[in-house]
Design a protein around this ligand. Sequence first.
Ligand SMILES: Cc1cc2nc3c(=O)[nH]c(=O)nc-3n(C[C@H](O)[C@H](O)[C@H](O)COP(=O)(O)OP(=O)(O)OC[C@H]3O[C@@H](n4cnc5c(N)ncnc54)[C@H](O)[C@@H]3O)c2cc1C
Length: 196
Amino acid sequence: MNYNVEVKLLAITPDSENLLERSGRICYASEDKLGTNQKWLQARIRQGHESLIEHASATFFIKASRALTHELVRHRIASYSQRSQRYVHETRAEYISPPELAKEVDPKNAKVFHDAMAASWQAYHTLLEAGVKPEIARYVLPNACTTEIICTWNFRQIRHIIKTRTDQAALPEFRVIADKIKDIMKGQAPKVFEDL
Ligand SMILES: Cc1cc2nc3c(=O)[nH]c(=O)nc-3n(C[C@H](O)[C@H](O)[C@H](O)COP(=O)(O)OP(=O)(O)OC[C@H]3O[C@@H](n4cnc5c(N)ncnc54)[C@H](O)[C@@H]3O)c2cc1C
């Protein structure tokens, strides 16, 4: 699915797999076996001993729609910082165009969508010009409005987000974001994410 969204890894716990295995092995006084079993972390995850993977975290930059971030921030075990529509003027009409509303799929629906975007921003500019504060004028902006958010989650929460948001039942834009997060985490910490 071709959503024009971005996901970038900004930071991650260094040597995370080693830290997580060490954290888990303290429970069994088996630190001397550290690094001897490549499947050790996956075995703990399968057992449900998942609290040990909370010791590592990752921070992502995400550029997506406000519709997406409204759902994203429902994941509460997290820290978020999001571009403000109160303090930042959204003067450029920047929005996420769902591929479902692309011209190639249905030109009529595409026109309805793009006309609505143009009307929203037209109303926004008119209100700003009339002296209305951005925090009030923004009420006319659409769910599709592009936003930027920085998210920090521990590895357990990242697994939870990947599992729930790559599912067919999830919002298509969220599936795209979750797939990108999954690919990044499989590369960064395969011992924790290889089963997803
Ligand atoms: C397909 C789909 C459809 C959805 N539709 C809707 C909808 O129509 N309306 C709507 O409002 N929401 C909807 N949601 C959002 C959903 O209900 C959750 O709010 C969201 O997915 C966050 O996940 P979570 O509740 O697992 O908690 P997270 O905040 O991600 O927390 C992770 C885990 O920590 C634990 N946890 C966190 N907080 C608590 C707590 N207070 N008490 C006990 N345990 C806790 C739980 O085990 C939880 O699974 C939908 C989600 C999906 C994936």
